[in-house]
Ligand binder design. Structure first.
Ligand SMILES: C[S@@+](CC[C@H](N)C(=O)[O-])C[C@H]1O[C@@H](n2cnc3c(N)ncnc32)[C@H](O)[C@@H]1O
Length: 221
């Protein structure tokens, strides 16, 4: 069955075919999608797509990741993918400013039986990251919060990531506006500059994937 909201940059028939040939959400994930739509209304579009969720879960599992951090948790869908990928030994630190949205996440994690593996900190993500020791402690990171904060999140996470570890950065195509010169609002400008900086950053290798709203997979080398 076709899943919802995949690439905004692939033609519909290809998108549909890709969905039909990718692992879809299970009952727990579908339930979280339904609860999110019901309780958050239009904000539900912030949830990552099914393709991105299975991609993240698969990458995390293949890496054997045990420690991960996420900036921007919302109702917990991406966190669920990461924590499942890590398995029972994994620990995920989640950063978000919203008590209301993350209350939905907490309930979903409880239902999924993974809540004891997640440390959710409410407050500006940058404060939480800066409160952590500046030493390599994470295998995997996901950045999916306020766009102006992205460069700081990247710079705070990189020294705390092990060599070979990954940072996934969401919304790096900004609905395609990164290539529209007339788009000059703060979000698109910040993301454009960050994309330009990362591809030149000698500390990492990066591939920008046109799935969802664009996801950069950044590896510390
Ligand atoms: C795009 S949503 C995250 C979606 C989530 N990854 C998912 O798949 O369901 C962005 C989240 O970032 C949070 N956020 C906004 N500003 C923030 C900040 N300064 N620090 C931490 N989180 C922030 C919002 O409350 C919101 O829940």
């Amino acid at each position: 069955m076709a899943s919802r909201r995949r690439s905004r940059f692939t033609e519909a028939a290809i998108d549909e075919y890709a969905a039909e040939h990718s692992t879809g959400p299970d009952d727990v994930q579908r339930d979280l999608q339904a609860v999110t739509a019901e309780k958050t209304g239009g904000a539900a579009v912030m949830q990552i797509g099914d393709d991105q969720a299975v991609l993240m879960e698969t990458i995390v599992r293949a890496m054997g990741a045990r420690r991960a951090v996420e900036v921007g948790t919302f109702t917990g869908y991406s966190a669920l993918a990461v924590v499942r990928g890590m398995g029972p030994e994994g620990r995920l630190l989640c950063c978000d400013v919203s008590e209301e949205w993350t209350a939905i996440a907490r309930e979903a994690w409880e239902r999924a039986g993974v809540s004891d593996r997640i440390d959710l900190r409410i407050g500006p993500g940058i404060d939480t990251l800066r409160s952590l020791p500046r030493e390599e402690q994470f295998d995997f990171a996901f950045i999916d919060a306020d766009k102006p904060g992205y460069p700081s999140y990247y710079e705070e996470i990189l020294p705390r990531l092990r060599t070979g570890g990954l940072i996934l950065i969401d919304n790096v195509l900004q609905g395609g506006r990164v290539v529209d010169e007339s788009a000059t609002d703060e979000s698109v400008t910040v993301i454009r500059e960050l994309n330009d900086a990362i591809v030149e950053d000698k500390r990492v290798r990066v591939v920008l994937l046109p799935i969802g709203d664009g996801v950069s997979v950044v590896q510390k080398v």
